[in-house]
Design a protein around this ligand. Structure first.
Ligand SMILES: *Cc1c(COP(=O)(O)O)cnc(C)c1O
Length: 399
């Protein structure tokens, strides 16, 4: 017998829970791609995509996951042999650097470890040493989903400005957009990449590259850009098919339209940010209670540097993998895997699990995930401090 009947719950950091309304909006016969509702809706949606990122910048849509947006950002701004500086706070920063290297870019990684955010003073010193301005771009994750570290992008910008360095600031907001405060224009971000399957609550399959006019000028000076990744026709299409360099992702567009309506028109972006912060505070309260005496700990000690969209937990040995397996089998709650952020301790990340709290989530979902984990700790005899669920509830109720 298992209790894991009823609706299963994927409590992982992407794909996130897709609202029924988004699924229903996608459930329709194939529609006209030459004229009419889909065409008008798609052009109009570019403005809503700008609103989510607080920007007037250009937006290019790709029928791709986040890795596609990563490659698009590289393809438009960095030629083989160009230098880029990647600020890594976990697996995703490193992944972006590996992709840049595969494209022939000389990517230098500044590794800030797996527990603390980007150190802006170290960045400033590195850029000041680059007196010939070899570095063409600084690449950084707003939230690195493997470690759940959130870096402070305005201080990254300030360090670049203090060093008077002209490199493009390129930010990965795949985990954070729609969940955590992000202001592309006010923060001086030149290029931003994101995807539809996390805070934007749509099944995986679309990603977005935002770029300002400074970045566009860099693109226009490139020796060549592959026609599929080229952001220019996508961001300034004369004809509908240019928006996607081919057939539109018809059903995904209807899903995204519904999700943007929920986020921007109904809940409001700032209310969504505040909801994520409140729900995250419950996860952290539980994590602090578990960690007070036990073998399970929040990965990021300082709340100011924690993401409010995803939380990474560390356990002893392979306890995290055992807990994940127990939770899925016995309760139907799937917790996120570890991504091997400390290969020395556990090459396959079996000492790490993550809870995604991004997008379409509410208190019973958060409490359900925490309760499943709490029950698993008890069932498996993993040492943990008491009172996690009470602490989480108290955090939700706190004004
Ligand atoms: C999810 C994620 C990615 C990768 O996105 P895919 O859609 O899996 O390619 C990259 N960066 C961050 C920060 C992410 O959270």
């Amino acid at each position: 017998m298992t209790l894991a009947q009823g609706r299963t719950f994927l409590s992982i950091p992407g794909p996130s829970v897709v609202p029924d309304r988004v699924l229903q909006a996608m459930h329709r016969p194939s529609m006209n791609i030459y004229e009419g509702e889909l065409v008008d809706m798609s052009f109009a949606m570019l403005d809503d995509l700008r609103r989510v990122a607080r920007t007037e910048a250009n937006v290019a849509i790709y029928i791709a996951n986040g890795h596609g947006a990563w490659e698009a950002a590289i393809a438009n701004t960095l030629a083989p042999g160009d230098h880029a500086l990647v600020l890594a706070t976990g697996r995703f920063g490193k992944g972006w650097s590996e992709m840049a290297m595969a494209c022939g870019v000389e990517a230098e990684v500044m590794d800030f470890g797996t527990k603390t955010p980007v150190d802006a003073a170290a960045l400033q010193a590195r850029l000041e040493a680059d007196t010939e301005h070899q570095i063409k771009a600084v690449l950084v994750c707003h939230t690195d989903t493997s470690t759940s570290i959130r870096s402070d992008i305005p201080t990254v910008r300030a360090a670049m400005d203090a060093a008077r360095h002209p490199a493009l600031l390129q930010v990965d907001c795949i985990a954070s957009l729609g969940c955590e405060p992000f202001e592309m224009d006010a923060w001086g971000v030149d290029v931003m990449v994101t995807g539809c399957q996390k805070g934007l609550m749509t099944p995986p399959g679309m990603s977005f590259v935002y770029f300002n006019d400074k970045a566009r000028a860099v693109r226009d000076a490139m020796p060549r850009v592959s026609s599929y990744w080229d952001w220019n026709p996508r961001a300034n299409p004369e004809l509908f098919y240019q928006l996607f360099c081919g057939t539109a992702p018809t059903h995904h567009l209807y899903g995204l339209r519904e999700a943007l309506t929920m986020l921007l028109e109904e809940e409001g972006l700032e209310a969504a940010w505040a909801r994520h912060e409140k729900l995250a505070s419950a996860i952290w309260a539980a994590g602090e209670a578990w960690g007070s005496t036990g073998d399970i700990h929040l990965n990021v000690a300082d709340p100011a540097h924690r993401s409010t969209a995803v939380t990474t937990f560390r356990t002893a040995g392979e306890d995290a993998a055992r807990l994940r397996e127990w939770s899925a089998r016995e309760t139907g709650v799937t917790l996120g895997i570890g991504l091997g952020i400390d290969a020395a301790l556990s090459p396959h990340g079996k000492n790490i699990f993550r809870i995604g709290h991004m997008g379409h989530v509410n208190p019973p979902m958060i409490m359900g995930a925490l309760a499943a984990a709490d029950a698993g700790l008890k069932a498996l005899g993993i040492a943990h401090g008491a009172g996690a669920l009470d602490a989480a509830n108290a955090a939700l109720l706190a004004r």
